[in-house]
Design a protein. Structure first.
Length: 132
């Protein structure tokens, strides 16, 4: 083994960063018996608030929520939690097998709660565009 190297705070900018990101991703699931009770949206809102508070002053700028296009319940969770729809993410096997929706929540706009949510209409038009 070679010599040990220690990182000092004053070296951080000069040598780079490990794990510093501008976008984080949030994920969740809800037991079938608990679906439709607002648990997922409440948990996402609580986690989002905690994350932005905890990482204030870091490089974190936004949190991404991604869900399958065929999952309108997750689209509603995103809407209730203040994650505006950003774009359609086409399937990319083997990483992502189906089309998805990407929703982004910015740390600079914590009260984002309204946006156009394409859960049904956009999914249908995205499918039509791909099949042409």
């Amino acid at each position: 083994m070679g010599p040990s190297r220690q990182c000092r705070p004053e070296d951080r900018e000069r040598i780079g960063r490990i794990g510093a990101r501008e976008t984080a991703e949030i994920g969740y699931w809800t037991a079938v018996a608990a679906c439709g009770r607002g648990i997922a949206s409440a948990a996402v809102m609580a986690a989002t608030g905690w994350i932005f508070e905890k990482f204030t002053g870091t490089s974190l700028r936004q949190i991404m929520l991604v869900h399958d296009v065929a999952n309108p319940a997750s689209c509603r969770v995103a809407q209730k939690a203040g994650y505006p729809f950003r774009e359609l993410s086409p399937a990319n096997p083997p990483h992502w097998l189906t089309d998805g929706h990407i929703h982004l929540r910015s740390g600079s706009c914590p009260s984002q709660t309204t946006a156009s949510y394409p859960c049904r209409a956009e999914a249908a038009s995205a499918t039509a565009v791909r099949t042409k």
